[in-house]
Design a protein around this ligand. Structure first.
Ligand code: NAD
Ligand code: SER
Length: 321
């Protein structure tokens, strides 16, 4: 039975919302947030335990695990694609050594469950880009992608070799309005909404026709919690579930925003992130997730746009952004 959950990288885009969702289910004191950064985020601040933890420090991670009798870990700490291409050795160190520390600490203590996200970055330019299959070519050309494929393989190895319960899902680009993304290639899909509200225009670092799979945060939380709570005996896959919601390019996103802000303008100035985006799929086949743990998203582009503009618009009116 899951009693105490440690969340690493909890101050990031996903962690800052997932911790609260986990606390609603498992109880505030049973979910220990942790991050290398000292700040916990406004909503996390008063909501439960927080530890400053660098995941590359195995000794400190073990001390925190033992202090709280942690028996499950949601491992979110990572360096994302764009920062990873600027600092590949940092991406290797945090993503690989942080992950092996989590797996080894879990193995030594025979933990109940581990969840580690993978990414569409596990795919590469030789992967089929339309409706990318669950089982396919995994030859990424970014350091971030290389660490994600390694994580999937390591996760499945620990399941097969040591009998650990490890789960993981290949998130598409995640779009949210609580915490800004931490340096990925899909970050434009968040920035565009903030700039639409603040300035009525946006300069995009990807080309207008760059199609990528995306997902709104409520669906990301649902997917993560559904997989985390799924019956292990019904899972045929473990560390690498494809999950999809919708696919979009910057032009389509601008058109969606114009349905609510007709004067919105977009310009394009592609940078180094274009090459990363071009190596990723256009759309995802998530049949395995649908069959094995009933995955089903709720938001499409326009329903997400309406909600994003409402929430960010309210923040702007209050002077919070
Ligand atoms: P993020 O960059 O917003 O947050 C990552 C957090 O990790 C940050 O708060 C950062 O301070 C922390 N961190 C970095 N180095 C650390 C270290 N050495 N020790 C401890 N903490 C450290 O990332 P996110 O978007 O919340 O991503 C969470 C997970 O989901 C990652 O594994 C990421 O690869 C994966 N993912 C995210 C997306 C997305 O679009 N957000 C898409 C695919 C996969
Ligand atoms: N959103 C992530 C990134 O762009 C995908 O893993 O890096």
């Amino acid at each position: 039975m899951i009693e105490k959950i440690l969340v690493t990288g909890s101050s990031g885009q996903i962690g800052s919302e997932l911790v609260l969702a986990l606390r609603n289910i498992y109880g505030t004191d049973n979910v220990i947030a942790s991050d290398k950064c000292a700040h916990t985020g406004i909503k996390l601040a008063d909501s439960g335990p927080f530890e400053q933890l660098d995941v590359t420090d195995r000794k400190h991670m073990a001390e925190i695990v033992d202090k709280y009798n942690v028996n499950a870990i949601v491992h979110l700490a990572a360096i994302l694609s764009a920062v990873g291409e600027k600092k590949p050795m940092l991406a290797w160190d945090v993503n690989i050594n942080g992950m092996i520390n989590v797996f080894e600490i879990a193995r030594e203590r025979k933990m109940e469950r581990i969840l580690v996200p993978s990414s569409i970055a596990a795919f590469g330019p030789s992967t089929p880009i339309i409706n990318t299959p669950q089982e396919t070519i995994l030859r990424p050309t970014t350091m971030y992608g290389i660490t994600k494929v390694t994580g999937e393989l390591l996760g499945d190895y620990y399941v097969a070799k040591f009998g650990l319960d490890i789960r993981g899902l290949r998130y598409p680009g995640i779009i949210s309005n609580e915490t800004l993304p931490g340096g990925g290639t899909t970050d434009y899909a968040v920035a565009i909404y903030y700039d639409a509200i603040k300035y009525g225009k946006y300069e995009c670092f990807l080309k207008e026709d760059t199609m990528l799979p995306m997902m709104y945060m409520p669906d990301c939380l649902k997917a993560t919690l559904d997989l985390f709570q799924a019956d292990f005996n019904k899972l045929k896959h473990h560390s690498d579930f494809n999950v999809g919601a919708f696919s979009v390019n910057p032009k389509m996103m601008a058109e969606s925003i114009r349905k609510f802000i007709p004067s919105f303008e977009i310009t394009y100035k592609p940078d180094f992130r274009q090459e990363i985006a071009d190596s990723w799929p256009n759309s995802i086949d998530d049949t395995a997730a649908r069959e094995e743990w009933n995955w089903s998203p709720s938001y499409d582009l326009d329903t997400m746009t309406e909600d994003m503009l409402k929430v960010i618009g309210e923040k702007h009116k209050k002077g919070l952004i």
